[in-house]
Design a protein around this ligand. Structure first.
Ligand code: UFG
Length: 336
């Protein structure tokens, strides 16, 4: 396949690009490097620096590189930031997302896999969450992704776009070559590891949630398991694949959660990280962070059934351990 990966210089994108190349596919990365890193683009992929929001430029790129299918990973994705600057999320994720879809329509490329999020569910009514559960985001990030999901659904109905929408739970871990590096770092696992490296106190946002130890519970999924899911999903968008619709006419997206089905509290994450780094990590309890649901745990049964996806690196030691190893092997992170 000839695959375009938007956000392929970012955390999840970079590990996916590595996996696609290893499976023998031709990969083009479209990334504006606003949060991605040039050095995170695997050797063998073609990097185009630019925005996915520019329909004409996207159409030209799709034609020039004869792209078959798009993995759309690029997005603004910080829950906390989305609460204080929602305009950024609607402008970039929603406005930009429509720009990408229009570029695809112009070029006649109708296969897309979307990186979506558990944040679309909002406050879940039950655990684990099923894809058929209500989608009622409680933060602007989740709402922006819901809008992109809706646009893709209607592009399927109106123009025959074939799509798989993947709702990630909490991506974590690293491959040997590529890991997580954000500035500032707001995600729990890297934040805990940075606190361990710098021997400073780590803040847990709230311990008065309705959970066993009062801290939020999340379902951490290894980034290499996400990469494997992306490949299976791209295959499912093939024109001859009945999972994503008939050979002509309206198509419906396949929507799948990607998680392990196990929840770990913020305190449990700190404790597991302490075992891996080999020393205590001091913690203080701060106020709740706006937009955080108490518990987000996936049922990924549908991804198993529809895509044949089964997470292979589910245990927490492996998830945190691989992130720690990547940090040890890349003490200055990416050079850029
Ligand atoms: N947390 C802390 N201290 C920190 C950082 C995080 O206590 O320094 C807490 C958060 O409050 C939350 C938990 O750790 O309770 C996880 O927070 P993250 O920022 O690591 O992840 P989120 O659950 O907020 O969001 C992530 C992705 C989203 C995705 C969501 C789905 O960033 O894109 O998972 O579960 F939508």
């Amino acid at each position: 396949m000839r695959i375009l990966v938007t956000g392929g210089a970012g955390y999840i994108g970079s590990v996916s690009v590595e996996a696609f190349l290893a499976a023998g596919h031709d990969v083009t990365v479209l990334d504006d490097l606003s949060t991605g890193h040039r050095a995170a683009v695997a050797e063998g992929a073609t990097l185009e620096v630019g925005t996915y929001a520019d329909s004409r430029a996207v159409a030209q790129l799709l034609e020039r590189r004869q792209i078959d299918a798009v993995l759309h990973c690029a997005a603004k994705s910080l829950v906390g930031e989305s609460m204080v600057d929602p305009a950024k999320y609607f402008r970039e994720n929603v406005g930009g997302g429509i720009g990408l879809l229009e570029g695809m329509r112009l070029a006649g490329v109708k296969r897309i896999v979307l990186s979506s999020t558990a944040a679309t569910y909002g406050m879940p009514e039950r655990t684990p969450i099923l894809e058929t559960d209500p989608v009622r985001p409680i933060n602007a990030y989740g709402e922006s992704k819901r809008c992109v999901e809706a646009a893709i659904t209607w592009y399927g109905h109106g123009y025959g776009f074939r799509s798989v929408i993947l709702r990630y739970f909490n991506a974590a871990g690293a491959s040997r070559l590529f890991g997580e590096q954000h500035a500032p770092e707001t995600h729990l696992i890297p934040a805990v590891l940075i606190a361990a490296e710098e021997s400073r106190e780590m803040t847990i946002y709230g311990d008065d949630y309705p959970t066993a130890d009062g801290t939020c519970v999340r379902d951490y999924i290894h980034v290499e398991d996400l990469a494997a899911a992306h490949l299976l999903a791209l295959v499912a968008t093939d024109a001859g694949d009945p999972r994503t619709g008939p050979t002509s006419g309206p198509c419906q997206p396949v929507i799948c959660n990607l998680g392990n089905g196990n929840g770990f509290s913020n305190r449990e994450i700190v404790a597991a990280a302490e075992t891996i780094v080999g020393h205590a990590i001091p913690v203080k309890i701060g106020p709740r962070r706006a937009g955080d649901p108490a518990v987000l745990v996936a049922s990924a049964e549908r991804a198993g059934r529809e895509l044949g996806w089964h997470p292979r690196q589910g245990n927490l030691e492996n998830v945190i351990g691989s992130a720690w190893e990547w940090r040890r092997n890349h003490p200055s992170g990416y050079a850029d």
